[in-house]
Design a binder for this molecule. Structure first.
Ligand code: FAD
Ligand code: SF4
Length: 503
């Protein structure tokens, strides 16, 4: 039961929109506490956000306010601080633990506040700290954490062991796209129908942009992701019933004509707080137990949510505010203008133009284009990790500080020197060729390193290994690849070509 009286206002951030953020029975605000939501315009001035993201967040907040009716006061203000002062002055407020270091510092600095535990995750901060400290190392591994979550939350377990006898079914889930197929042939993901609130938000964004107040990139209509709990539940149901069964096998594959394949598209709903991860993984497990989805698909999905999503959330807090500034590889190149603009005009690499076009028109791509095309390209080019993090944060509908910092700084740019992954995620064109259908119609050839037809990823990969040879040859998972440099008779020509590269 909550300790505060019924009159203490409770602040809801824009990513705390589900019922679990107002649940008095589970340590939330008093059931009669007045609720407060603040729409701050300055947030959109700080970064050049994708329009689809700005639209989704504002639409979701305004839809939630409409649902809560008279219980909520919805304040539109320049900044959060101003909004709060206008609404409650110095009165005591409660708030659930926010999701970024900046927002956390802001609430801790309020004159009178009680910060309630974080919501929307399976594992608490204390539980994670005990687990991580117990590992006694500054290198944390998602696989160890994931197995521990499965055990402690009884997820996909048969007694003390993993369902089916194996913890890790990645081997079954890394198949290339079906040969010759243009799409996976699975039912389309759920797409919401827009409401008057969406039109109102769009008109506001148009006005802000017209007045030169706020600048956006990308396109936003029609809204492609859920803005309400009802829509998010419909999206979850559709995924579990029609798409989960085929989630696993081709999870890492890319098809140029099938952007969504069998992915869930639930990240924005989870990150807005519209869905709780427990309901997602429990439904997936139930589907497997009823024989309606194979284990590799259920396990692959549970791994993403109970493993990766939880791990990334906790790494963000455990490694602290300084983690975002990590730059072990000393990469300082700026992002080129075309990349910043989400324009595919600056490159002829088919995989990259296609992925950038997709991000520009939807604010979303699945994991492998993010990691092995966008992130890998940035890593190979030596772009500044902080700027890359910022780019991902503002360009994706599901981008929030807590999820971007570890995914970009740690997983994709290896800027933390391996604190959360065992090796850099990057490859030459051969991997992209195996896992996608991009290369056949590309003007480059994935097997060529030097010359007119040289694939930028293949050349970029060897160039990266060369630049960081000393570091990478000490990494057991990289040393064999680094030794490959010695077999390249055209290495000098390749390095010279990469020095002159313009994209
Ligand atoms: P699915 O493939 O259906 O996976 C199911 C769910 O698992 C996702 O909805 C998501 O909630 C969770 N998940 C899977 N992997 C991760 C991960 N590495 N970190 C956190 N959650 C994960 N995810 C975000 O939610 N927001 C981001 O800003 C974000 N940025 C990323 C940046 C980079 C460079 C990389 C490599 C990954 C990033 N991810 C991010 C993780 C992942 O790519 C997306 O969660 C996923 O592609 C979203 O699509 P989906 O909902 O269809 O996911
Ligand atoms: Fe991308 Fe290289 Fe394949 Fe072209 S050849 S699509 S640049 S990996």
């Amino acid at each position: 039961m909550a300790e505060e009286g019924s009159g203490t206002p409770h602040l809801l951030f824009g990513d705390q929109l589900g019922p679990h953020f107002v649940d008095a029975a589970r340590g939330g605000p008093h059931q009669d506490a007045p609720l407060l939501m603040i729409e701050s315009k300055s947030v959109f001035r700080r970064r050049r956000f994708h329009r689809a993201k700005a639209h989704l967040v504002l639409s979701a907040m305004r839809h939630r306010a409409a649902e809560l009716g008279g219980r909520v006061r919805y304040v539109r203000a320049e900044t959060y601080r101003q909004g709060l002062r206008e609404a409650v002055g110095d009165t005591r407020v409660t708030v659930h633990h926010p999701t970024s270091h900046a927002a956390h510092a802001f609430v801790r600095g309020l004159p009178s506040v009680r910060v309630l535990p974080a919501r929307g995750f399976l594992v608490t901060h204390d539980e994670f700290r005990i687990w991580a400290d117990g590992h006694g190392t500054k290198h944390l591994r998602q696989e160890d954490f994931y197995r521990w979550v499965r055990q402690t939350h009884d997820l996909l377990m048969d007694g003390d062991g993993p369902a089916g006898g194996r913890w890790n079914l990645d081997h079954d889930n890394r198949q290339p796209p079906p040969r010759g197929a243009e799409d996976l042939g699975v039912p389309a993901p759920y797409r919401p129908r827009e409401s008057d609130i969406d039109a109102e938000v769009r008109a506001d964004l148009d006005r802000w942009a017209r007045d030169g107040d706020v600048e956006f990139v990308g396109e936003d209509a029609p809204r492609g992701f859920p803005a309400t709990r009802r829509e998010a539940l419909a999206a979850l149901r559709r995924f579990v019933e029609h798409r989960l069964a085929t989630f696993g096998a081709h999870e890492d594959a890319i098809l140029s004509a099938d952007a969504t394949m069998s992915h869930s598209l639930l990240s924005s709903s989870l990150n807005l707080g519209l869905l709780h991860p427990a309901e997602c993984v429990e439904r997936a497990e139930a589907r497997w137990r009823s024989g309606d989805a194979p284990l590799n698909s259920a396990e692959g999905f549970v791994r993403q949510i109970a493993g990766w999503r939880e791990f990334v959330w906790h790494v963000y807090w455990y490694f602290g505010e300084q983690y975002r500034a990590s730059n072990t590889l000393r990469h300082h190149e700026p992002l080129p203008g075309w990349f910043n603009q989400l324009s595919s005009q600056g490159t002829e690499a088919n995989c990259l133009t296609h992925t950038l076009d997709q991000v520009r028109s939807t604010g979303w791509t699945h994991h492998i284009p993010r990691l092995m095309i966008l992130g890998s390209f940035a890593l190979q080019r030596g772009w500044e990790p902080r700027a890359v993090t910022d780019w991902f944060h503002r360009s994706f509908v599901d981008g929030y500080d807590w999820v971007m910092v570890p995914n970009v700084v740690g997983m994709s740019q290896y800027a933390d020197g391996g604190r959360m992954t065992t090796k850099p995620y990057t490859s030459g064109g051969a991997y992209i060729n195996r896992m996608s259908d991009f290369c056949g119609s590309c003007r480059y050839k994935p097997s060529v390193r030097v010359g007119e037809d040289a694939c930028p990823f293949t050349a970029g990969y060897w160039n990266l290994l060369h630049r960081h040879r000393d570091r990478f040859e000490r990494n057991a998972r990289m040393s064999q690849a680094v030794r490959g440099l010695d077999r390249l008779r055209d290495l000098e020509a390749l390095l010279e070509q990469e020095r002159d590269r313009r994209d």
